[in-house]
Structures are given as structure tokens and as C-alpha cells.
Design a protein around this ligand. Structure first.
Ligand SMILES: Cc1cc2nc3c(=O)[nH]c(=O)nc-3n(C[C@H](O)[C@H](O)[C@H](O)COP(=O)(O)OP(=O)(O)OC[C@H]3O[C@@H](n4cnc5c(N)ncnc54)[C@H](O)[C@@H]3O)c2cc1C
Length: 431
């Protein structure tokens, strides 16, 4: 079966949804997800979205982002991130996102390595609030058609130009031809035994890039979040947001002693936790909020409170067992400042892309912001070019063994990570 559209967007997280909503409403858009449309890391985001509060906050936001990234960031991309943050947060509010406020003023919280409070949030489930609002808008747009449970296994290409994507749906091959394609396929957590990510996110965008010789960047930069709930399970690890430490929680070792400045960048806190676990021969450390006002804690972190309670921990009294887990991928498909990849008519936005904003280590809450800023840039670019571009069709390759293609893609992604980070080989799933 063949489908034709102006823009094919693969991914229904913040990057895919926001790209779709910023494209002209006279463009025919196919919006595709591997699982259900809410099976995204976006839906899981807790802490919030970083933003410059006003023009005077931009220099310090830029400096915090660079310092967290160990100055390996792309400075121009970081400046754009800060410069365009305020307009994109305003746009989210226009689209119906309800950030926490005091009277009419946005409430800003703080997270590790930010020098001031600048994170807008909706309690401790900001991602769900944002995704629900964007999905509601997308469903109202007649020019956007959603295709669920479509697995992108390869691109349709000719002479380094992207002509669409090849999908597998219930053991059938479906080809979607498009003038432009946006890969918004998210991260790589599903490749790791311990990760806070949705298990279905197995770096498919990366495998497809490798197969098509599309340029990649910074693959070695993989972030481990310091505080995932520690439990002996193969399931996704439940995250205890950085904003919990931002609001004053302490990290304690097995003797109940503090051992680290809780607000250091993530890589530094994770590394201190690993050393402490080794020193005390313990599989985890503890996060304590018991010194904070309990009704405030329940009101500010309702999701974390209820999820921990399900696991037998009352966070207003008990310490939470935590250990680092794979969380975020700073590297990805190399893109320019308009999210263009090295393949013509192919864009990448969100976690699958590498704009260079995060450098070696992402500053807390900069991921959702990156998804907004650079998806809008991609959409604007396509809006200007679409009328001058013709849809082109060729005969795509025919997939005969669907399971084999999926296994191959998994192997390509795992091998790529192993090649760049041999030290993490035991953390990866087997294939
Ligand atoms: C627990 C948790 C908490 C977080 N909290 C925050 C936070 O507070 N602030 C912040 O800034 N960041 C946070 N992050 C990071 C942030 O949520 C993600 O980086 C961001 O949401 C990624 O958005 P995305 O649109 O790129 O990808 P996602 O939202 O992950 O969406 C990926 C999409 O790609 C689709 N897809 C993947 N492969 C295929 C395929 N082969 N075929 C078809 N479709 C495919 C999936 O179906 C999905 O729709 C958090 C992450 C986690 C896991």
C-alpha cells in the first residue's frame, strides 16, 4: 500500500507534534508513531521546560547550558535555544498548556546546575500536560492524519534525497511518499537494561541513519540520570525528577550521611553516587524529603508521591532508594540550525537529532525546549519551500522478512553504541 503526503513526520512526542502544528495547515501531513501516540518519552517528562525568564536572564541561561555541557556545546545553537525560548513557551500556553502559576504569574522551579529558578512546569507531570494539549490540537487539524503502530524500518531515497519512509504494520509493508520527511523518533533508552525511557524507543532513527550513510554526531554522549527509583526489575525505571532536589531534597548514603552537592550537573552527581555505592558496597543511595513540609511535597509532587507509595515508600517520611539509570541521548543525527540532516529533504528534531545544544551533558529541562525551538525552525523552513518542491516516487525496496529487518535495526543501534562506548557494553540489552 502507498500513501502520499507533503510532509511525513515520524514520531508523536513533543518534536513530532510541535512540528506538525507549526506546519502550514494547507500541507498534507502524515504523523506516525511506532506504538500508541502517547508511548513517548515526552509523556513521561516530569520536571518541566527550561526557559529564559526575560531578556536579562538569557546570558546566564546560556552560561548554565554551556557549563553543564562542559563547553562542548555548539554556541550558536545554545544562543538560539535561549533567544527563542520565551516565544515558544508563550506559543505552548496559546495552544492550551496549563503551566503552574501564582495568580497570573508563571511559577518557575529550579533544577540541578541552573543558577536560578527558570523551569516552567505542571506539577510533576509536565510532559503529559504538554502532550495532551498538543494532541488535542493535532486531532482538530484536518490536514494531519495519524498512523499508529507503524514501524519505520527504512527510508525511500534516491541520490541522497529522501522521498519518504518504508513502514511495517501488522506484517504488511506500507510506503509513505513525501516531499519532506521529519525524523522525530526520540532516544535510545530501550537499548539499555536500566533506563527511565519508554522500552519501545530503541534508537531506530540512528539505525536508519547508519543504513543510509546520514551523518551522526556525538554518539558517545549518553546521559545517566542520578536518581531513578532503585528496584530489582526489568521494567522501565521510574524517575525521581531533578526538581525534587531543586526543591531541597537531600542525597544520603547508606549511613544516612549527605555526600554530594545535590544541585551539581547530572554527570557529576551520577559519578559521585556511583563512587558512594562502591565505597559503601550498596546497590543504591537514598533521597530524603522528610525535612520538607509534607503537604507541600504531596501537592508539588503528586505523581512521584503516588508512584513511590505503590512501591511501599511514603516520600514525606521514608527515604527513596535511588541509583543512576540511562536517561537521555545528547548525540544523534547531525543537523544544522534548521534541523536539516546531511540527506536532502530529510530533517531530524528532538532527541534523535544532535543540534549540539547539550554538549557533553544536557542541562535539566533543556530537552523539551530543544524539541520546541528546533522543530519550529524545521517547520518554518519547510513552509517556505513546500510549494517549490515536487513529490517524487520511485519503487522502494521490498521487505520480505519483517522480523529480520527489526532485528537488524536493533543490532545496528547496539553495535553503534558499543563502538563508541565500549565501557557501557554490559549495560546494553543483547540482540
Ligand atoms: C522519565 C523522563 C522524564 C523526563 N523529564 C524531562 C523534563 O522534565 N524536562 C525535559 O526537558 N526533558 C525531560 N525528559 C527528556 C524528554 O522527555 C525527551 O528527551 C523528549 O520528550 C523527547 O521528545 P521527542 O519528541 O524527541 O521523542 P519522544 O517523545 O520520545 O517520541 C518519540 C516518538 O518516536 C516514535 N518512533 C520511534 N521509533 C519509531 C519507528 N521506528 N517508527 C515509527 N515511530 C517511531 C515513537 O513512537 C514516539 O512517538 C525526560 C525523559 C524521561 C524518560
Amino acid at each position: 500500500m502507498d500513501i502520499e503526503c507533503d510532509v511525513l513526520i515520524v514520531g508523536t512526542g513533543i518534536a513530532g507534534l510541535y512540528s506538525a502544528l507549526n506546519l502550514r495547515d494547507n500541507l498534507k501531513i502524515a504523523l506516525v508513531s511506532k506504538g500508541d501516540i502517547t508511548q513517548t518519552n515526552t509523556y513521561l517528562a516530569q520536571g518541566g521546560i527550561a526557559t529564559a525568564k526575560d531578556a536579562s536572564d538569557k546570558p546566564s541561561f546560556i552560561e548554565d547550558t554551556l557549563r553543564a555541557g562542559n563547553y562542548k556545546n555548539d554556541l550558536t545553537a545554545v544562543r538560539i535555544l535561549a533567544d527563542e525560548s520565551i516565544e515558544n513557551i508563550k506559543k505552548l500556553i496559546e495552544l492550551g498548556v496549563d503551566f503552574d502559576k501564582s495568580d497570573d504569574d508563571l511559577l518557575y522551579t529550579r533544577e540541578g546546575a541552573h543558577s536560578t529558578n527558570r523551569i516552567v512546569h505542571h506539577k510533576d507531570y509536565t510532559g503529559k500536560e504538554v502532550a495532551d494539549a498538543l494532541i488535542e490540537r493535532v486531532l482538530k487539524r484536518k490536514n494531519i492524519k495519524i498512523y499508529k503502530n507503524f514501524y519505520l524500518c527504512d527510508l525511500i531515497t534516491q541520490n541522497n534525497r529522501c522521498l519518504g519512509g518504508i513502514f511495517i504494520k501488522e506484517n504488511k509493508q506500507i510506503n509513505i511518499f513525501s516531499k519532506f520527511t521529519i525524523l522525530a523518533t526520540g532516544g535510545i533508552g530501550g537499548l539499555f537494561k536500566n533506563s527511565t525511557n519508554q522500552r519501545i524507543l530503541t534508537g531506530d532513527g540512528l539505525s536508519i541513519a547508519v543504513k543510509n550513510s546520514i551523518k551522526l554526531k556525538d554518539i558517545q554522549y549518553i546521559q545517566f540520570h542520578p536518581t531513578a527509583f532503585y528496584e530489582n526489575t526489568n521494567e522501565r525505571r521510574f524517575l525521581i525528577s531533578e526538581s525534587v532536589r531543586g526543591e531541597g531534597a537531600y542525597l544520603l548514603n547508606s549511613k544516612g550521611e549527605r555526600f554530594v552537592d545535590e544541585l551539581l550537573p547530572r554527570d557529576e552527581v551520577s559519578s559521585k553516587i556511583y563512587s558512594e555505592m562502591k565505597k559503601t558496597n550498596s546497590p543504591c543511595v537514598y533521597l530524603s524529603l522528610s525535612h520538607l513540609n509534607s503537604s507541600y511535597v504531596k501537592h508539588r509532587f503528586p505523581k512521584i508521591y503516588s508512584e513511590c507509595l505503590k512501591r511501599g515508600i511514603d516520600i514525606t517520611k521514608d527515604s527513596i532508594p535511588v541509583a543512576p539509570a540511562q536517561h537521555y541521548f545528547m548525540g544523534g543525527i547531525e543537523v544544522d540550525l534548521y534541523s536539516k540532516t546531511s540527506m536532502e529533504n530529510l530533517f531530524a528534531t528532538g532527541e534523535v537529532s544532535c543540534t549540539g545544544v547539550h554538549g557533553e551533558n544536557r542541562l535539566a529541562s533543556n530537552s523539551l525546549l530543544e524539541g520546541l525551538v528546533f522543530s519550529k525552525r524545521a517547520a518554518n523552513y519547510i513552509n517556505n519551500l513546500s510549494d517549490k518542491t515536487l513529490l517524487k516516487k520511485v519503487s522502494p525496496k521490498i521487505i520480505t522478512d519483517f522480523e529480520m529487518v527489526k532485528r537488524e535495526n536493533l543490532k545496528i543501534a547496539i553495535d553503534l553504541i558499543k563502538e563508541k562506548r565500549w565501557d557501557l557494553k554490559d549495560e546494553l540489552i543483547s540482540h
